[in-house]
Ligand binder design. Structure first.
Ligand SMILES: Nc1nc2c(ncn2[C@@H]2O[C@H](COP(=O)(O)OP(=O)(O)OP(=O)(O)O)[C@@H](O)[C@H]2O)c(=O)[nH]1
Ligand SMILES: [Mg+2]
Length: 595
């Protein structure tokens, strides 16, 4: 384990002062810093000395080499050593209300513990046996200032407090990386790595890493590499190579001066050393991307052929076979439900994104007809747009399915948020409002609710980790940083720190959590349709199931049968393909990018 850590984490080396200066020859000009600031925040902020702090580049322990490899490390933490799954320290910005904080912290801890690869089809440890990872709840910079710090996201006090806690946790066991459960810019990520002397993963990064770690098939591996590549492309930072040479994105000591570089070259005095390196790096990424897209294109063609052949004569006696896609928030119980309905064995696990490779299982409906159930990847709030784009081939199965079954974890406190996240992703990938209207909603895990058909709001907030009130309790950090009030570790005890702005910001925060890709519709009409869809779904009829106990399965099968039947008669009456004709298009706003 130590070997892999040392490969991940190089020690900080100091540079001569002349090389650190933001105005020194050969490094960034103030002009480019201003450009960077504008790029990130949409307006100019004072260049911070943080941008010029030299820091290290972390290399991957599980780099995939290939002839066409673009020369960059794509994955930061996930490794192939089955005896040493990465151990992360989790930083959770505080949210209101406390129930929301708990559910997000629980999700963050589960994400951090899910970053593990199988060896010979097995994980090193049962998920339930895993320890709760070290974590800290800190002041949310969005809550206090309605804007995060441009350089390190958190204020200096918080950064120092987290650093002290990391050091404290390291005395017990080595940490591989820090996971900050928010979306960081490339510059913020790099500066936090420098401050904490650990690789830092943000929410987008960890999800991409988990997908990569869990991908089994060639298709899923290609897609997760593409997602990582697209993520990486937005995070090229200027680094100082071993000979003091400046370049972008390769290993070496980092000088964070430009995360995107767009426009930094060839613009009079602000063009500087390294710009051609940046273009080289971007070109290599672009070449690899084109190569991956070509391979994924092959996968899509094969899948399309298989789909149309199933649709025409997939049944045992040559008749067409309907496909029912099972969708939902990650860990809602989709795979368990597909297993139970089809009486087969589909891999299910408490790890988030246990399913990355879609699976088809056949099921005999009460009418005697056969249908195919498609178990697919789960969704999550702030689903990285790079993943949605890269996993287009997989998600096409959902768009092309005859019927959707939306599985919800009825014991989740944030059930409404999970529902709207899923509906947004469906909308984003091109599923029509009509099809969403027709979708069957399943409230799974009812066995976890108190009493039969109990109120889900009263359910336990965490079914997957051993968190208690103590985990959220105030921790005395003992650090007298310059911004101590900014750095706290409790959800309840230091209310003096939160003025009335907290509630206001919570709305903003909630909006941020709930929106995976910012505005996703191209025009207002589509947005309105989508909003109507969400509203109508909230009150719609749902089937209650317990996939583990086998409750509600027959009712669900009857409903699937009924819906497919009514669709068939609808088609026979001469309707066009209607609900399935909208094409996927990327959202206009890129999450996690430095733009
Ligand atoms: N108590 C209870 N647990 C369930 C139920 N259905 C699934 N689970 C558990 O929930 C966890 C997640 O189940 P999965 O079927 O892997 O969930 P999923 O939606 O496929 O998750 P991803 O593939 O990670 O998106 C597993 O530990 C299941 O045993 C249920 O009805 N009741
Ligand atoms: Mg699954």
């Amino acid at each position: 384990m130590f070997r892999s850590i040392s490969r991940l984490h190089c020690s900080l080396r100091s540079l001569p002062q002349s090389q650190r200066s933001i105005t020194s020859p050969g490094t960034a000009s103030v002009g480019s810093l201003e450009f960077l600031s504008r790029t990130i925040w949409g307006n100019t902020v004072e260049p911070s000395p943080q941008f010029s702090v030299p820091c290290c580049r972390f290399s991957s322990s599980r780099r995939k080499k290939s002839d066409e490899d673009h020369g960059d490390d794509l994955f930061l933490v996930s490794n192939r050593d089955p005896d040493s799954p990465p151990r992360l320290f989790v930083v959770q910005p505080r949210l209101r209300p406390d129930a929301m904080l708990r559910s997000k912290l629980s999700e963050a801890l589960n994400l951090a513990n899910s970053l593990e690869e199988q060896r010979d089809g097995l994980y090193a440890e049962e998920f339930g046996d895993k320890e709760v990872l070290p974590h800290i709840v800190v002041q949310n910079p969005l809550a206090r200032h309605l804007r995060a710090h441009a350089d390190r996201y958190f204020g200096p006090g918080t950064v120092e407090t987290v650093k002290a806690h990391i050091k404290g946790s390291e005395s017990k066991d080595k940490l591989d990386a820090v996971f900050v459960n928010t979306i960081l810019s490339g510059v913020q990520q790099r500066n936090l790595e420098c401050a904490w002397e650990k690789p830092v993963l943000d929410r987008v990064g960890i999800i991409i890493e988990i997908f990569n770690a869990h991908a089994q098939t060639k298709e899923a591996k290609l897609q997760s590499e593409l997602a990582a590549l697209m993520y990486k492309k937005t995070r090229l930072v200027r680094i100082r190579g071993p000979g003091g040479r400046l370049s972008f994105g390769a290993s070496g000591e980092a000088e964070v001066v430009s995360a995107r570089g767009r426009g930094s070259g060839g613009r009079g005095f602000i063009s500087g050393a390294g710009e051609s390196e940046l273009h080289l790096q971007r070109r290599r990424i672009q070449e690899r991307r084109i190569h991956l897209l070509a391979q994924i294109g092959e996968v899509r063609r094969t899948r399309a052929l298989q789909r149309s052949s199933r649709r025409r004569h997939g049944g045992s006696d040559g008749q067409g076979l309907a496909t029912v896609a099972v969708v939902g928030y990650t860990n809602a119980g989709k795979s368990t439900l597909v297993s139970a309905l089809s009486q087969s064995d589909v891999y299910s696990d408490d790890r988030l994104f246990a399913t990355v490779d879609p699976r088809l299982r056949s099921v005999i409906l009460p009418s005697g007809k056969k249908a195919l159930l498609s178990d697919t990847v789960g969704f999550i709030s702030d689903l990285p747009v790079q993943l949605v784009e890269a996993f287009h081939a997989t998600l096409e199965e959902v768009v092309e399915a005859d019927l959707l079954v939306h599985v919800l974890d009825s014991s989740a406190v944030n059930l409404d948020e999970q529902r709207s996240t899923v509906l947004q992703v469906l909308h984003q990938i091109g599923v029509s409002p009509e099809k969403i209207q027709d979708m069957i909603e399943v409230w799974n895990k009812i066995d976890l609710l108190e009493g039969e058909g109990g109120d889900h709001k009263t359910a336990d907030w965490s079914t997957t980790s051993e968190l208690s009130e103590d985990d959220l309790a105030s921790e005395d950090d003992g650090i007298n940083g310059d911004e101590d009030l900014d750095a706290e570790t409790s959800g309840s005890s230091q209310e003096h720190d939160d003025g009335p702005s907290e509630d206001h910001s919570t709305e903003e925060e909630a909006a941020c959590w709930a929106s995976p890709g910012g505005p996703i519709g191209e025009d207002e009409r589509q947005q309105n349709e989508f909003q109507e869809c969400i509203l109508s779904k909230q009150d719609s009829h749902h089937v209650k199931t317990s996939a583990v106990l086998g409750v509600g399965l027959q009712e669900l099968l009857h409903l699937i049968d009924e819906k497919l039947d009514s669709q068939k008669s609808f088609r026979e009456r001469g309707s066009s393909s209607g609900p399935f004709d909208r094409k996927w298009r990327p959202p206009q706003v890129t999450v996690g990018a430095d733009s």
